[in-house]
Design a protein around this ligand. Sequence first.
Ligand code: KIV
Length: 271
Amino acid sequence: MSVHKESKRITTHTLHEMKSKKEKIAMLTAYDYSTALILDEAGIDVLLVGDSASNVMAGHETTLPITLDQMIYHASAVVRAVKRALVVVDLPFGSYQGNSKEALQSSIRIMKESGAHAVKLEGGAEVKESIERIISAGVPVMGHLGLTPQSIYKFGTYTVRAKEQAEATKLIEDAKVLQQAGCFALVLEKIPASLAKLVAKELTIPVIGIGAGADVDGQVLVVNDLLGLTKGFKPRFLRQYLNLFEEINGAVKSYIKDVKTLDFPNEKEQY
Ligand code: KIV
């Protein structure tokens, strides 16, 4: 039995209730109106306007180049489509690391200009003060630990994080700091399943995994990966439900052929 009525809006409180009732949370990224409309109608619980937009929407190699203005543009489009899901927006690289005042100003811009419901930021103890300041202004914050793509040049690779004991211990401590600071939920990216299970058990806030195994409170994927729009990206944690790259490629080839052979438009397709 679901803890929320079909038509009722998902809030941070609903997610807490879902954790306590052991109902898994389904989260996906979204960057545009049309896709968000489909995902919301399908019943997704949380939509993340991820800074992965930098990769899948703009074609950048990393998440670092995307700006606050660009995130607000994507977020506004998603918010306009959504009737039920909780919309969380990534604070982009460079919009919160400077100091807590900057973090608060960036969060306020996102909330005011996009109409989103919460923000997400990467990091542990080093962003505690920023999280507290954002929350004190009434803005819910989701944390993100493990593989944090905004630090890719520090890591040097996108491989699994926290396999060694020292990094695992630090991650557990950071997770507790984030909960203590007031985060309403936490994303764990690409870490051993046993470690994610431990964190989800220790924390009272929902823990949402991506490449973090099944024993967490919910799952998130980049929607373009799930739909097979991103060619050649097949990490072990990804379940690809469609191959839209091939589907769209085939449809466009048919269109080109129909145009060239004068098959399109036919008599019924004109005025
Ligand atoms: O930006 C993003 O898509 C994310 C998810 C991978 C959690 O942060």
